[in-house]
Design a protein around this ligand. Structure first.
Ligand SMILES: C[S@@+](CC[C@H](N)C(=O)[O-])C[C@H]1O[C@@H](n2cnc3c(N)ncnc32)[C@H](O)[C@@H]1O
Length: 262
């Protein structure tokens, strides 16, 4: 195990001892377990209604704003078609789990995919970067199949540190971002147009989603955890809001497109 990995494991163990569990990763995994299972059941039911003995059509998923990691990758064996989109093209071979990558601005490009293409859409830590979240949510809603699932994570402006970070003048924030992030490549322009639970719920409902569930979790120590001072600052932020769910740093959201019978 290399030094960096050992430090990160020690910090994760400390967060667990302090009761800062579950983390975002566990909540997203639970949401995706449900979403992928739901998609398999819907595809199975479709096959049962069709020709006898026909295999269920494969599950089709989108990572919207896929960056360089995808929590969907662990479901690869259960996915028939795995698409990633981002405004930045990945380095060749960087996302080996994808079947397709397309350069797409989610806040524009409504015709990037035909309607009702995907069973599951994951969009992880993207909403804070969206110039027009309403357009992005409407695009994703159109591209999801009836009954399809959306899983989102983003930052919560109701946390005082997040509010301060999003409220910084652009020039200052551009200098701070590479310090708290793993690398300059992870420092994307921030907008924060739809980054509190109420605004997010309203925007998703307006775009046609139902069964919108918005959970909160403290994630600053983990997100800023590469360096000790920013890990410590994040830890203070997580502990400050541990008992105040509406003010925790990070939102984990699930929502559905109304099903075929709706
Ligand atoms: C913080 S990174 C998260 C990457 C990845 N989803 C993850 O969880 O590691 C945000 C990603 O959203 C992408 N992004 C931002 N605005 C976008 C837009 N309008 N359309 C598509 N992708 C966008 C960025 O290029 C970046 O890759």
């Amino acid at each position: 195990m290399n030094d960096r990995r050992a430090v990160s494991d020690r910090r994760e163990a400390a967060l667990r001892r302090l009761g800062l569990v579950p983390g975002v990763a566990e909540l997203v995994r639970a949401a995706l377990d449900d979403a992928v299972g739901r998609a398999e059941a819907a595809r199975g039911a479709e096959a049962a209604r069709g020709a006898e003995g026909a295999a269920p059509p494969a599950v089709v998923v989108l990572d919207a704003g896929c960056g360089r990691n995808s929590a969907l990758a662990r479901y690869r064996a259960r996915i028939g078609r795995f698409v990633g989109v981002d405004i930045h093209e990945p380095a060749p071979g960087a996302l080996p789990y994808l079947d397709e990558f397309a350069t797409v601005d989610l806040c524009a490009s409504p015709d990037a995919f035909p309607a009702a293409t995907f069973d599951v859409v994951l969009s992880s830590f993207t909403v804070e970067h969206f110039v027009d979240p309403g357009v992005a949510f409407a695009n994703l809603a159109r591209w999801l199949r009836p009954g399809g699932s959306l899983v989102l994570t983003t930052v919560n402006r109701r946390h005082p540190f997040v509010a301060a970070y999003l409220g910084m003048p652009d020039g200052l924030r551009r200098r701070v971002q590479p310090v708290v992030k793993a690398s300059a490549a992870d420092a994307h322009p921030l907008v924060g147009a739809c980054n509190d639970p109420a605004a997010l719920r309203t925007a998703l409902a307006r775009a046609g989603y139902e069964e919108i569930c918005i959970g909160t979790v403290g994630h600053l120590a983990r997100a800023w955890g590469r360096r000790l001072p920013t890990f410590a600052l994040g830890l203070v932020g997580d502990l400050l809001t541990r008992g105040i769910p509406s003010r925790r740093s990070t939102l984990v959201v699930t929502a559905l497109i109304p099903g075929p019978g709706a």
